[in-house]
Design a binder for this molecule. Structure first.
Ligand code: HEC
Ligand code: HEC
Length: 155
C-alpha cells in the first residue's frame, strides 16, 4: 500500500507492507519493487529483513531455564533414552547447527576433549549453553555425555 501514487521530486510518501510469516522461522527477507517514471532509476528494490522467533523464544534466557517445565517438551524429553548422534540431534542440534552463535560439531572438534567435556557437563558461562550433567541439574547421565564427547571428538 502506498500513501500516494504521485510524488513530486523530493516529496515523501509511505509504503506499508504486510509479510505473511506463517510457517516461517529464522531470518526472513522481503523484497519490494518500486516502479517509477524516473528515467534514471525506474525500479528501486527495497529490502526488509526480519528475524522470526517463536513465542517461547522472545525473551533472553539464562542457560538453566531451558530445563524448566515449559521448555522440557523440546529441550529435554526428545533426548530421553537416546545417545550419540541421535541424542545430539534431539538435544543439541537446535543450537549447534552452524547457523547460530553456537559452534558446529566440526568447529567444536578443534577444541581439547577436556574443554568439551567441561562445556557439556557444566555449561559455558555467559552463554545459553547449559550444563547437561545430572550434577548440574541437567537431564543427561554419564554414558549419554560420554557418547556425545565421542561423537564430537572421535578417537
Ligand atoms: C516447541 C519446542 C520448543 C520449546 C517448547 C522451547 N524451545 Fe527453545 N528452541 C527450540 C528450537 C527448535 C530452537 C532452535 C532455534 C529456533 O528454531 O528458534 C530453540 C532454541 C533455544 C535457545 C537458543 C536460541 C536463542 O534464542 O538464544 C534457547 C536459549 C532456548 N531455546 C531456550 C528455551 C527456553 C528457556 C524455553 C522455555 C521457556 C524453550 N526454549 C522452549 C524449541 C523449543
Ligand atoms: C540453547 C542452545 C544450546 C544447546 C541446546 C546446546 N548448546 Fe552447546 N553451546 C551453546 C552456546 C551458545 C555455546 C557457547 C559458544 C561460545 O562460546 O560462544 C555452546 C558451547 C558448547 C561447547 C563448547 C565448544 C566450543 O567450541 O566453545 C560444547 C562442547 C557444546 N556446547 C556442546 C553441546 C552439546 C553436546 C549439547 C547437547 C547435549 C549442547 N551443546 C546443547 C548453545 C547450546
Amino acid at each position: 500500500m502506498v500513501s500516494s501514487d504521485h510524488l513530486k521530486p523530493g516529496e515523501k510518501g509511505k509504503i506499508s507492507i504486510t509479510v505473511n510469516l506463517a510457517g516461517k522461522r529464522g531470518n526472513v527477507t522481503k523484497r519490494i519493487r518500486v516502479h517509477s517514471n524516473d528515467p534514471l532509476k525506474p525500479i528501486t528494490i527495497l529490502t526488509v529483513k526480519m528475524l522470526v522467533k517463536n513465542r517461547l523464544h522472545l525473551n533472553k534466557y539464562n542457560a538453566d531455564e531451558i530445563f524448566s517445565k515449559k521448555c522440557r517438551t523440546c529441550h529435554v524429553e526428545r533426548g530421553k533414552g537416546k545417545s550419540g548422534f541421535e541424542l545430539f540431534r534431539a538435544d543439541c542440534g537446535m543450537c549447534h547447527n552452524g547457523r547460530g552463535t553456537a559452534p558446529s560439531i566440526m568447529e567444536m572438534r578443534k577444541k581439547p576433549a577436556k574443554f568439551i567435556t567441561k562445556a557439556i557437563r557444566e555449561g559455558v558461562d555467559n552463554t545459553v549453553m547449559p550444563g547437561f550433567s545430572v550434577k548440574n541439574n541437567g537431564p543427561l547421565n554419564d554414558p549419554q555425555i560420554e557418547s556425545l564427547i565421542r561423537l564430537i571428538k572421535p578417537r
